[in-house]
Design a protein around this ligand. Structure first.
Ligand code: FAD
Length: 469
């Protein structure tokens, strides 16, 4: 059994070892920042830029474009009053931060010099180059930056909705209120004991690490509270394996094993009976069937996957709803129409230049982009400089040259004190930032915990959103 050796957990003082760890983390933060930073020089390119969505991607784009263009004409459309640091939802659900510590007023995050239209986009027409908002009319653009994030499809899980989250002890940390309710329920569960069922979802979703983190943190909390023997932890993934980046998977599976958290693969959550505390799942199994092949003019055997219903009882449940591109994006004619990314309606951009494949005046990044990498803000931090430089090249009439390699970082918090900092690229190959390359990052590290705990949030609000890194 491994407990955190860091003073944060039980006290508040910092010892020498912790201080050194912080320093390592600072260096890490700096290195992570420098790797994403390009030298900005003013361009005289002209054009009306409309940015749809002012989250991690949209505001970072606006800030960098302001510095890059000498006469910027930028309109940002976003309805939200608040800018959330969403990676903090997990820490709120684990009692490390309070809800009010992870958001800032949107008005303070949108950079001066950008015209903010506080409204939702309901339709966009890439042929006429217009976006239509709910109440404030239509806006024409020369260049469109499409960054509205993704939508949580709550209706994809029967028996619960965003409004009823928490009923029947069924929780989800992908929602701000939901994360706060989760912390109350986690403490109760750890005290009372019972079976904890933790599940992810079968669609592409943001931060694939989040359901794992809340599972492992709850398990660690029960050990800290001395109630572990009264609890059972079962993790269900819709995937064929717990994690799919070979450098990190063995240790992650080992952690689950050491801590007696079972892993069941190929399970999809379909519905919840919150009264009876039952979660309805589908076990995806391969089967064979005969179909008529028009070309061969005969019956042939094909393999297909079917869902076999299974029910699991729970005392505490953490589930994740399916996710997809916002509906107006799906209807826009900008989404993939074939391949793996078509079903979610993700935007059809080139995975390296982030420019739309049929409308070269449209650039898309962040969660909504149809690219085969992890949907995280760490990925966005490295997408933004590429997207800005390529957009400015297009505005100047040059071919876009910068390429994004799929870098994403998924910090899997394994306990109150350690993080398995999974950094990788499109090829699922580890891509470890200095100075973490001096440590064995295939294992969880305290230095990565300090990075996450103390540096990533201020870095988000003060450096990433302001276009400094
Ligand atoms: C629980 C959880 C844990 C996470 N953990 C991590 C982590 O540890 N590390 C990490 O790097 N990432 C993590 N992430 C993922 C990260 O937060 C997202 O990938 C990132 O915020 C996506 O940025 P975005 O700009 O694409 O979308 P968002 O930041 O979601 O912003 C989208 C913006 O678009 C606006 N919008 C939506 N619809 C419209 C519309 N119709 N018209 C106009 N505007 C619209 C919204 O108001 C919002 O401001 C986590 C996320 C969650 C939920």
């Amino acid at each position: 059994m491994k407990f955190s050796d860091l003073t944060f957990v039980d006290g508040g003082q910092m010892d020498r070892r912790s201080f050194l760890k912080i320093n390592a983390a600072v260096m890490g933060a700096t290195a992570l920042g420098l790797s994403g930073c390009s030298k900005l020089s003013a361009s005289s390119a002209r054009g009306r830029i409309v940015i749809v969505g002012g989250g991690a991607a949209g505001i970072s784009m606006a800030s960098r474009l302001l510095r890059k263009l000498d006469q910027p004409d930028i309109t940002l459309i976003d309805p939200s009053d608040r800018q959330y640091y969403q990676p903090g939802f997990t820490f709120v659900a684990a009692g490390i931060w309070k809800g009010e510590e992870i958001w800032r007023p949107q008005s303070k995050c949108i950079p001066e010099g950008v015209k903010w239209v506080k409204d939702s986009v309901v339709a966009l027409d890439p042929v006429k180059q217009t976006v239509r908002t709910y109440t404030k009319g239509s806006f024409g653009y020369d260049f469109l930056v499409l960054t509205p994030g993704l939508q949580l499809d709550w209706d994809g899980v029967d028996g619960i909705s965003q409004a009823t989250l928490g009923e029947g002890n069924a929780h989800c940390i992908y929602d701000f209120e939901g994360a706060q309710k989760t912390w109350i329920a986690v403490q109760q569960f750890v005290r009372q004991g019972g079976r904890g069922v933790f599940a992810d979802t079968y669609t592409k979703h943001k931060c694939g690490g989040a359901p794992k983190k809340i599972c492992l943190l709850t398990e660690h909390l029960s050990r800290k509270e001395g109630t572990r023997e009264r609890l059972q932890f079962d993790y269900f993934t819709a995937e064929g394996a717990l994690y799919d980046v070979p450098y990190y998977t063995p240790r992650l599976e080992e952690i689950y094993d050491e801590r007696h958290v079972s892993i069941t693969t190929k399970r999809r959550v379909k519905g919840i009976d919150t009264q009876a505390h039952k979660v309805y799942m589908e076990n995806r199994v391969k089967t064979k069937e005969m179909v008529f092949d028009e070309k061969l003019q005969k019956e042939v055997e094909v393999e297909k996957e079917i869902g076999v219903p299974v029910v699991e009882d729970y005392d505490f449940l953490h589930f994740v709803p399916p996710m997809s591109a916002p509906d107006f994006v799906k209807r826009s004619g900008l989404a993939w129409t074939e391949g793996k990314l078509a079903s979610g309606g993700w935007v059809m951009v080139d995975k390296e230049t982030l420019i739309h494949k049929t409308f070269p005046n449209v650039i898309s990044l962040g969660d909504v982009a149809g690219i085969p990498t992890s949907k995280t803000s760490s990925a966005i931090r490295l997408q933004v400089p590429v997207a800005v430089d390529n957009l400015v090249s297009l505005m100047e009439g040059h071919a876009p040259e910068r390429k994004y390699d799929g870098y994403a970082c998924c910090p899997i918090v394994t306990d109150y004190g350690h993080v398995l900092l999974c950094e990788f690229d499109y090829d699922k190959k580890e891509k470890i930032s200095f100075p973490f390359s001096m440590q064995d990052m295939s294992k969880e590290q305290a230095s990565a915990w300090w990075l996450k705990m103390y540096f990533l949030k201020p870095m988000y609000f003060n450096a990433m959103l302001t276009g400094l890194m």
